[in-house]
Write a protein that binds this ligand. Structure first.
Ligand SMILES: [Zn+2]
Ligand SMILES: [Zn+2]
Length: 153
């Protein structure tokens, strides 16, 4: 019996790996949409905010692949679609980052309260459910801990 021939088949690469790339692309797209929806349009005036919300609602919103040039500081620092100004400039001048007018900003840049409070609500509901599960785990953990008998003074 010659068992050496068996080793040759093991070194062959598997063809199944190709399917992974396709799946990954699909997943990436949904993540991007989620990010846009979760993002609040801070630093813009009411009319501009409505325009941005509308474009997202009807899937017209196109996220920037690379930053645009800011009309104030001429830096490639505009990371939001349809905005003409980067965040630092709009914040400093207290103007709308989209139209550049000195309008009332709906959500100023430095305030991110509404986003975090929304997340807190979600976490609260989850932690309540998890508490029941962790109770059972606690008993199992204590059991194995006693068996170890760690004697360290
Ligand atoms: Zn700027
Ligand atoms: Zn505006």
């Amino acid at each position: 019996m010659s068992s050496q021939k068996g080793n040759v088949t093991l070194s062959r690469p598997q063809k199944h790996q190709n399917t992974f790339t396709f799946k990954n692309d699909k997943f990436d797209k949904s993540v991007q949409t989620k990010t846009i929806n979760a993002k609040l349009h801070d630093g813009v005036c009411q009319p501009c905010k409505e325009v941005l919300e509308w474009s997202i609602k009807y899937s017209k919103y196109k996220p920037l692949s690379k930053p645009n040039t800011c009309v104030k500081c001429s830096q490639k620092a505009v990371k939001d679609s349809y905005h003409i100004m980067c965040r630092p400039c709009a914040y400093e001048l207290q103007v709308c980052a989209k139209c550049g007018k000195k309008e009332d900003i709906v959500i100023p840049f430095n305030k991110e309260i509404s986003e975090s409070s929304e997340n807190q609500g979600f976490n609260h509901g989850r932690s309540c459910k998890r508490k029941e599960d962790s109770d059972e785990d606690f008993g199992a953990e204590a059991d194995s801990d006693g068996g170890d008998g760690d004697t360290h003074a």
